[in-house]
Design a binder for this molecule. Structure first.
Ligand code: PBG
Length: 333
């Protein structure tokens, strides 16, 4: 054949492929999500093989391991004791609570590690919702935002670098920005869960924290989060959310889940100049783990290909439970 252009020429050797590769994944792209509890031992999480609820000591060790692998950011999630859960989730702004203590500890032991926190009521709510549920079963917006602001300030006080509102209440980014600034935390950033969908992919996470919506005596509890998290059928609405978050002062925009919403990452990349984060969520992790345990897929190849897909779609950073494994594989080349 007389072909003027043969794309296979640049695929011929590993060195040529590396030379023209457009996108790369590096350990510094990762934010490593970690679960922490009050227990003295680390508890494996059933639906997330390889992940644990860490004791404070275990957390320090695991963060040290991540640091040694080149990871420079973690996000912390608390498994809160049932006895501390209330309708208004007030434990979330307790300065002596689990998360503030974990942050202080990590800032002592690993001062260079970026610490991100999650802002939402679900781990602290006896109803298992991200906001306060009224007697009529409505998740209240403005009342919730007032509490989230206190939660964000408590986290900043403990030393958090990036505050991550995952609650999807309207107006929370602006309110949190104002609350942080009022307490002289203007250097603390906001990584907003901008386009967070009401997704079935969060199942294993809710098992890890025992934080799923649960029935309560005397009031109707919504079974899912669809009155505040986004509808899977919507794309344009993600752009609206991005515009609002940007106007309210968000520093980084996030899309969650990542894999089923790569189109949303791509669209936000075109709409905003802010960094974009992809959350490779618990259900995505569990599927890969389950299939690779059965020998049905090659875990290493699938994980690295998936992480690259987030970068190609336009994400700058990736929250992923695969962070340590991936960092190790990348190092091996
Ligand atoms: C809490 C929160 C959730 C996740 C992150 N923060 C669960 C939810 O909204 O129900 C999910 C993370 C994952 O599945 O990996 N608001």
């Amino acid at each position: 054949m007389e072909l003027s252009y043969r794309p296979r020429r640049l695929r011929r050797t590993p060195a040529l492929r590396a030379l023209v590769r457009e996108h790369h994944v590096r350990p510094t792209d990762f934010i490593y999500p970690l679960f922490v509890h009050e227990g003295a031992t680390n508890e494996p999480i059933g639906a997330m093989p390889g992940a644990s609820r860490w004791s404070l000591e275990g957390l320090v060790e695991e963060v040290g391991r991540a640091w040694d692998l080149g990871i420079r950011a973690v996000v912390l999630f608390p498994k809160v004791a049932d006895g501390l859960k209330t309708e208004d989730g007030a434990e979330c702004f307790n300065e002596g609570g689990l998360i503030p203590r974990a942050i202080r500890r990590l800032k002592d032991t690993h001062p260079g590690m970026t610490i991100m926190t999650d802002v939402a009521l679900d781990p602290y709510s006896c109803d298992g919702h991200d906001g306060i549920v009224s007697a009529e079963g409505v998740v209240l917006n403005d009342e919730t935002v007032a509490i989230l602001c206190r939660q964000a300030v408590a986290q900043a006080q403990a030393g958090a670098d990036l505050i991550g509102p995952s609650d999807m209440m309207d107006g929370r980014v602006g309110a949190i920005r104002e609350a942080l600034d009022a307490e002289n935390f203007e250097h603390v950033g906001i990584i907003s869960y901008t386009a967070k969908y009401a997704s079935a992919y969060y199942g294993p996470f809710r098992e890890a924290l025992d934080s799923a919506p649960r029935a309560a005596a005397g009031k109707p509890i919504p079974k899912d989060k669809s009155t505040y998290q986004m509808d899977a059928g919507n794309g344009r609405e993600a752009i609206t959310e991005a515009q609002l978050d940007e106007a309210e002062g968000a520093d980084i925009l996030m899309v969650k889940p990542g894999l089923a919403y790569l189109d949303i990452i791509y669209r936000l990349r075109g709409e905003s100049n802010l960094p974009i984060a992809a959350y490779n969520v618990s259900g995505e992790y569990a599927m890969v783990k389950a299939a690779s345990e059965r020998g049905w897929i090659d875990e290493r190849a699938v994980v690295l290909e998936t992480l690259l897909s987030f970068k190609r779609a336009g994400a700058d950073l990736i929250l992923t439970y695969h962070a340590c494994d991936a960092a190790q594989w990348l190092r091996q080349g």
